[in-house]
Every structure is written in C-alpha cells, then in structure tokens.
Design a protein around this ligand. Sequence first.
Ligand code: NAP
Length: 559
Amino acid sequence: MGSLPTQAEQAYDVLIIGAGLSGICSLIHIRKRFPSWRVRVIEAGEDVGGTWYWNRYPGCRFDSESLSYGFSFDKDLLEEWHWKEAFSSQAETHKYIKRVAEKHNLYKDIQFNAKITTAHWNDTEHTWTFVDEAGDKYTARFFISCLGFLSSPTLPAIPGIEDFRGEAFHTSRWPRDLDTSRDFANKRIGVIGTGATGIQTITATSKEPSIKSLSAFQRTANWSAPLRNSEISVEQMAKYRMEYDAIFQRCAETPSCFLHQADPRKSADVTDEERLALWEKLYAEPGFGKWLSVFSDTYTDRQANELYSKFMANKIRERVHDPDVAESLIPKNHGFGTRRVPLESGYFEAFNKPNVHLIDLQKTSISRITADGILTSDGKEHELDVLIYATGFDAITGAFNAIKWHAKDDRPLIASSDSKEGERAIWVDHKPSTFLGLTAPAMPNMFIVLGPHQPFGNATRSIEHAVQVISDLLQYCKDKNYTYVEPTQEAVDEWTQHVIECSKAATLTNEVDSWMTGVNKNVKGKTVRRVARYTGSAIEFRKRCEDCKLSGYKGLMFA
Ligand code: NAP
C-alpha cells in the first residue's frame, strides 16, 4: 500500500461510516483481517445499533425471526445469547448489538456523535477526506458506507408543521426519556402514516390504557397480517442453538434470505379447497410465510393476487367491527404483498376501541397542521396533544444525499436533472448506477454495505455477505499494493441494466408507489418510480459477486 497523509491522528486505512449492524460487522472483519491497518467508525448517534438505536417507538420489533437474525460468524455469542421472543423487540435487539460491540471490544474504535457532512476525493493521494458537523476531518484510503437504506427520516410535506403547539416527533427520533404510560396519560395522540412503523406504533399506543384518544391518519391503507409472536423458553432456546447451522443454511437457500420459501405451485394448479387450506395454514402461522410462502405466481399473476387479496380482505372484515372502518382499512389501490407487508399484533382490533379513530385521508385529506391539531378537508379540526410522524424515510439514496460529495473530478453524487449540477451528477434524479451495488462510478475506493442495487431481505444475512466480498477485495488491493479501485463504466452499465431487468419480474410490485419503488412524495425529485433495489435473488447476487472475484475482479479498475 502507498503511504497515507501524515495527519497522524485522523488518517485511516479504512473509514467506516455508520455503526449499525453493517458498520460493526465491517469493523470486526476489517480489524481481524488487516490487524496493522488503522480503522475507525464514524457514527452520528450516541451508541451502536443504527436502525435499532434510532427506532425506539412503542411496538418496534422484528418481523423476521430472531433466530435468523444474529451474526452467524460469532458462534460463541450464538451459544451465549438467549433470544427471549420469536420476534425480538427493539430493546432486546439493541441489547444484542451492544453485546456484539462489547464482546469484540469495538467501542474504542468508534467515534460517536459525529455526523459526516462533506466528502472530498483527492485524486493525487488516492484518499477521501470527510468533514463532520463539528468541523473535524478524517482522511482515509478506503471507506465503507454503512449509512443504511432506511436511516434518513422524512417529515410530511404538509403546510403548518411548525405551527403545532403540542409535542411532535418522527418515530425514528422518538424522545429517549418518553414513558408512554406516564407521558401519554389523558393525551389525545395523533399518528400520521400507516406503513410498518405506523402500524406498530398505532397498535402499541392503542393498548396504552391511560391515553385519552388515538387518531390514525391513513393516506394509503396497507395490507397487514398477524405476526404471532411468542416467548422462547430457556429449554426451547437450548434446542434452537443446536439448529443454527441448519437455520442459516435455509436462509442461504431462499431468494431474500428469510426462512420462508414460495410454494412452487401456481394458484390455479390446485383446487379452491387446497388453495384455501394453504392460505389458512399460513395465516395461522407466525412470521412472513403469509407473504413469502404463498403460491409462486401470487405477485406476478393479477388474478392470483386478486384471489389472495380477497382472502386477506375478508380476514380484515372479520376482525374489525365497524364495516365502514373495515372497508377503509382494506387497500384498494394495490394487491396484497405488492408493498412490503407489515406484520401486526392486534392492529385491526385497535380500531374496535371506542377511543381509537381511523381518519381515512382518501375521504377527507389533510388541509394543514394547526396550532391545536390537524385540519382535514371536511373542515374538521382534530385536536391533538401529541403528533407522531410515522411518515417513513428518504429510502436507499437519502443517507447519501445528506452528505455533500466532491467525487472524482469534483462531481456531485446526487442532483436533479433540472439543476445546475444535474449534468455532472453521478446518480442523476436519485437513479443509482453501481457495480454489484458495492461500488459506484467516479466514487473510487468506496464500498457500500446495504446500499442501492443490493438485496436487502434479511438484513444481517445480506450484510455478512457484502462485508465478506468487500474484505476479499481489500485483501486483493493490499496484496497487489493497489491504492485505487473504481468500477469501469461498462461494468456499471451492465450491472445496472441487470438490476433493471430483474425488477421487471416483480410485475405487480412495480405498479405501486412505495419506498421500494423509489417514491417518496415528501422528497424533492422522488415523485416517480425508479429502480433502486436489487430484486433478483440473493443466490444470484452472491454468484455474481463470486464470479467477479474468480475473474480477478473483472469490471474494476485498479491503480
Ligand atoms: P413507509 O412504509 O414509507 O410508510 C410511511 C407512511 O407515512 C405511509 O403510510 C405514507 O402514506 C405515510 N405518509 C407519508 N407522507 C405522508 C403525508 N404527507 N400525508 C399522509 N401520510 C403520509 O415507512 P415506515 O412505516 O417507516 O416503513 C419503512 C420500512 O421500514 C418498512 O417497509 C420496513 O422495510 C422497515 N420497517 C421494518 C420494521 C420491522 O422489521 N418490524 C418495522 C418498521 C419499519 P402513503 O403510503 O400514502 O405514502
């Protein structure tokens, strides 16, 4: 390796941005593999955890199985750790991540409370220089973006937000010392948003006996189905520990690395009774099976999807007492599973309570936020003491967009096509171009974990793989004494086209606006759909990464 600048204290061989699961996994592997390298993690929060640090809203928990979520490389911790519930709460998951950080002595290498604001590429030195909000500088040969794909929260573009006199916050910026049983007592609570976060927040808040009322402001009804969580006893956990190898093996064999696999049959291959029997079985079981283990054509064949959606709609009708409310809760603009399905623990029953109200914004939209609450288009003011924004994230590219990039040739990373910088931007209008989702053109020496064009699915499984690929690539650079790596334009174009082609297979999903199709109407430039996720299978993704390595990293330029 060439030498680094002498700015001793803040010059690193590898800088990792973000201390969520991706960041700590990267730190563990890079430190182990390159013991002589200087490695540092820069983190905006006060602790490790990323998503599980920031999202402390009531009801926040996994909806993938706890047993499939731990780091598979840390066998000792798997032996030690007792997952208390089949689907862990935020608190327990955060505890697990902190335990990983303590066990591997990671805290000493993490700079907390430091938010990177600008990044400059130096083409002579082959280094990046990052500056944080406090003005501190960090220079690094290589950097690993562990910024997260759902980490940049967005408030709704509704007039009057600043007028509200009560307490207001976004779910992922939940006040740390807020105690809902104490602080929500006798309060009128409003929640805007009914995605996975809103559904968990609304359900948990509705169960708080001390609240005066809860109003859920729903712009688009979302399909949702039972999580069916349960406790894991000491005896059960002892048994599960012996199954970890099989659990991780099963995850490796499914397209999204979850424990659930689609039924290979098509919906029309079976009788009505057989079809219903499978759906009822899945509905009664815990977890994502009701999304992922259905007939293989459920998300590609419109008729098959309609049948399954009807089944799910009837479940909602059975659970919600007021037929008008039930109809409002049944999505009409998209079929079941074509958006990410939130799993719930009594969401629909929440609306049977006399103090829980659904405000269907398709019937009466929000006109503005006032000092005392929310004014809807029917002229009604919904008076509130607390207003919770469960309004989602500037997904996938948002965390990148929060940094001002001066990439190779001083190019910006993201700009809109109608802006002055649009012509020179790398990801014009938030449209990512990458090679294997791990590298991007004109962004030399950058590697990404869980970024655009990567499979997300079961996050820990995807993270472990991406970190392995990146550390192999760094090993190659070290062995060859390379200080520069960047994908060729040809490789970027080919990979980006492959990602677009894969997305065409997700036919029904492509017809719906959501963060998965790149839409967030609260973000400038994100009003139309774009391909930002890899929707091919994780198996295919891993194969392509392996082929790249075996080819001697064809598609990458080194110096
Ligand atoms: P989201 O799915 O993007 O939902 C945002 C919600 O806010 C939507 O209902 C949206 O309505 C609404 N909204 C946004 N702007 C609005 C406005 N101006 N007026 C009214 N409503 C507005 O975000 P999320 O719920 O935070 O979930 C994001 C992702 O995080 C999930 O899909 C999932 O992948 C992940 N997540 C996972 C878990 C878990 O593992 N358990 C839990 C929570 C989140 P529209 O639909 O009309 O846009």
